[in-house]
Design a protein around this ligand. Structure first.
Ligand code: ADP
Ligand code: MG
Length: 453
């Protein structure tokens, strides 16, 4: 029996998509779970999420470059089973072949699609011209600036005359001005229908960029990744990034992205596990941000977009910082504002030694990995343990790379707090020297608990 025909198909439709990766000889890790998504004709949709949340994986699944483990992936109503004609991707890095000219780099995909030399040349020249690279056809990638190389990346996608364009953080490696011009040029091509493209999905970690370009902004969650919220941007193009309506949407998305799903609204600290991915940031940066929030004009409470502007930090690193302050109980985020907790205020007011104490106390209370390391070191006779021991434990939860990154972060925080020390040469963790001596002294001079009883 024929399937019931629907009046229209979405350009792309994902239903309940799931993707797991196997960590080397260990566990299955679920990167995407229950991803539902639609891209309709005529739409630009932006996807915002933390790094590592599975956005690139999702795009590669849509493009048919890798297969999902479950769920449906449909392109114009047809199941995607391999690289989909009609879908082109622009990657974050400038993955150009250094030994090929701009023209040859752009022609590559056409060649693979079996298009003859004459047409290849014509179409490549057209795409190069369209994206503002006319005159650079015979240049080599190394002769181009980062912005121009990314334009080649765009030309390489556009030359395929894609029906759907998937942009994977295409502007994030560029400076602000360069990314803005490239963004505007792409929007012009789209708005003036100079490209046949019917729908664009843009992955970004820059909220303003997403709100500038997209008709809808989706907020992606991590562990596992899925679409958590949607915000419609009903503003005409070109958008005034300073207008109150624009600012309000930016604000709303900040709130959504910093609202933590797990903890609930009770104000109680959520219980983290050993495999919790510690945010990639440094105690010094946390202290710096706390001070900024404490000072004028914020005086203890800051509007997130305003704070982002003041600190000139990338959204991604700022979100790591926010999360670090939150899990450490130093700051709280409520409806788009971040404010210092009592602990955060005490920290700001304290001198260096007292700050370390406060940090240590919070670290042992809130971060299971730090508490676990400390406990192991306390219990061992020589108060030392190789880092591999902890890496192996973490690898049950995380990929090897992530386990290393998380342990490194825990070590950095723990050393700052002086709850343990680390020898970079031997990769051994140990109790801080002064404490070790104290304990050794105590052992030698006291008769010990058994004798006293
Ligand atoms: P994002 O683009 O949001 O930063 P990615 O899709 O690149 O995230 O990665 C999501 C997670 O999947 C990461 O934890 C990454 O380590 C893991 N991952 C991605 N590709 C692979 C792979 N081929 N094998 C194992 N793990 C992978
Ligand atoms: Mg990515």
């Amino acid at each position: 029996m024929a399937e019931p025909t629907l009046p229209t198909h979405a350009l792309l439709e994902l239903r309940g998509v799931r993707k797991t990766f196997r960590t080397p000889e260990r566990h299955e890790r679920t990167v995407l779970e229950g991803v539902d998504f639609r891209l309709e004709e005529g739409e630009i949709v932006a996807l915002l999420g933390k790094s590592g949340s599975g956005k690139s994986t999702l795009l590669r699944i849509m493009a048919g470059l890798i297969r999902a483990n479950g769920g449906d992936v449909l392109y114009r109503g047809q199941a995607v089973t391999g690289p989909a004609r009609g879908i082109s991707m622009v990657f974050q890095s400038f993955a150009l072949f250094p030994w090929l000219t701009v023209q040859e780099n752009v022609e590559l995909g056409l060649e693979a699609a079996g298009i003859g030399p004459a047409e290849r040349e014509e179409r490549a020249a057209e795409a190069i011209d369209m994206i503002g690279l006319g005159g650079f056809e015979s240049a080599f990638p190394k002769e181009l600036s980062g912005g121009m190389r990314q334009r080649v990346g765009c030309a390489r996608a556009l030359v395929m005359r894609p029906d759907v364009l998937l942009l994977d953080e295409p502007f994030s490696a560029l400076d602000v001005l360069t990314s803005e011009t490239l963004r505007e040029d792409l929007l012009d091509l789209w708005a003036e229908r100079k490209i046949p493209t019917k729908g664009i999905l843009l992955v970004s970690h820059n909220i303003e960029e997403a709100v500038s370009m997209a008709d809808r902004v989706l907020v992606f969650s991590s562990d596992p990744g899925r679409v958590r919220a949607e915000v419609r941007v009903g503003l005409p193009q070109p958008r005034d990034t300073e207008s109150p309506a624009f600012r309000q949407i930016v604000d709303e998305i900040y709130s959504l992205m910093t609202a933590h799903v797990r903890g609930g609204g009770t104000g109680a600290q959520e219980q983290l596990t050993l495999g919790y991915r510690l945010p990639d940031t440094l105690p010094g940066k946390m202290a710096g941000l706390l001070e900024t929030i404490a000072e004028a004009p914020f005086n203890g409470r800051a509007d997130l977009p305003q704070l982002a502007e003041e600190t000139e930090l990338e959204d991604d690193s700022l979100f790591h910082l926010f999360e670090a302050l939150r899990v450490m109980g130093l700051a709280r985020i409520v409806s788009g504002d971040i404010f210092l907790t009592q602990l955060g205020q005490s920290f700001v007011d304290a001198d260096d030694a007292k700050r370390k104490d406060l940090f240590a106390e919070s670290l042992l209370r809130n971060i299971p990995l730090a508490a676990h390391i400390r406990k192991v070191l306390d219990e061992r006779r020589d108060h030392r343990a190789p880092e591999d021991r902890f890496l192996q434990e973490l690898q049950d939860y995380l990929t090897d790379d992530e386990a290393e990154r998380v342990l490194e972060t825990a070590i950095t925080w723990g050393r700052y707090a002086e709850i343990f020390d680390y020898d970079y040469n031997s990769g051994v963790l140990m109790l801080p020297e002064d404490e070790e001596e104290e304990e050794a002294g105590a052992d030698a001079s006291s008769p010990g608990p058994t004798a006293a009883e």
